[in-house]
Design a protein around this ligand. Structure first.
Ligand code: NDP
Length: 259
């Protein structure tokens, strides 16, 4: 195991979570990644190990307390403790409010908000975080956690919830050496972003390319952020130099969000 710090990343098999896993491992962390699809997670781990990185992982569904307990226990069994938690697993989803079904509402909130609670609770309770006066909890929220996202009320509500949760737990843990922050991406090119564009193309009866152009026009930088740019802020927040940043929600969004 060595004396590396240990990170636990949810939703580590794709997009932002995969970039965060690679970035933390490149910074010298041992990283345990998880996602629902065990095959995808195993193949992401195999790719990263082939790059010479200290990464392992397994299945986890953040909508299930039992599954979260098992995944955290697996990471602790392997590495002894968890120093850094990145709550990244999430899903999009929504629709016109009058047509939105309750199942979608409940699953978006259960995944994006309740999932962050479940994993944070488990890691703080049984992950040994805070040893050596160091711990980092980083929640991947969204600029949609600070401003409304049209046709995405459950998503926007869940991400506002993540920002509120972050601020409250950040204050609670402030004296322990554990910082708690939210990273709020705007538009980031990932498999989820492609699915989101396809949803809006259906809503508006236009092509996915038209949606892309419309979104790019809204972003002051004129382009989507990359998963690596989001991972870069995570990579800073885990450093000792970032010890006084806590209970914050920080945007990585090409200027899309302004506060
Ligand atoms: P992707 O769809 O590319 O990846 C999502 C990851 O989460 C996958 O590894 C997926 O694996 C996992 N996941 C999904 N549901 C669960 C679950 N219930 N339990 C455990 N793992 C799960 O998404 P992105 O990388 O784009 O998004 C990552 C985070 O960033 C999300 O929280 C998203 O809301 C946020 N974000 C993304 C933005 C964007 O534009 N892309 C903008 C703002 C925020 P599997 O399906 O196998 O479980």
């Amino acid at each position: 195991m060595g004396d590396s710090r240990i990170a636990f990343v949810t939703g580590a098999s794709s997009g932002i979570g995969l970039a965060v896993t690679r970035m933390l491992a490149e910074q010298g962390f041992a990283v345990y990644g998880c996602a629902r699809n065990a095959g995808n997670m195993a193949s992401a781990v195999a790719d990263l190990v082939a790059e010479g990185l200290d990464v392992s992982g397994g299945p986890c569904d953040v909508t299930s307390a039992d599954s979260v307990r098992e995944a955290v226990a697996a990471a602790v069994a392997r590495y002894g403790r968890i120093d850094v938690l990145v709550n990244n697993a999430g899903r999009g989803g929504g629709g016109e409010i009058g047509k939105l079904d309750e199942t979608t509402w409940l699953d978006v909130v259960n995944t994006n908000l309740n999932g962050v609670f479940r994993v944070t609770h488990e890691v703080v309770a049984r992950g040994g975080m805070g040893a050596g006066d160091y711990g980092r909890i980083i929640n991947i929220a969204s600029t949609g956690g600070k401003q409304g996202v049209i046709y995405a009320s459950p998503y926007s509500a869940s991400k506002h919830g993540v920002v509120g949760f972050t601020k409250a737990v950040g204050l609670e843990l402030a004296k322990t050496g554990i910082t708690v922050n939210a990273v709020c991406p705007g538009y980031v090119e990932t498999p989820m972003a492609a699915k989101v564009r396809s949803g809006y193309a259906d809503f508006w009866g236009v092509s996915e390319h038209d949606v892309l152009e419309k979104f790019e026009a809204k972003i002051p930088l004129g382009r989507y952020s990359t998963p690596e740019e989001v991972a870069g802020l995570v990579g800073y927040l885990v450093t000792d130099a970032a010890a006084s940043i806590t209970a914050q929600a920080l945007n990585v969004c090409g200027g899309l969000g302004n506060y």
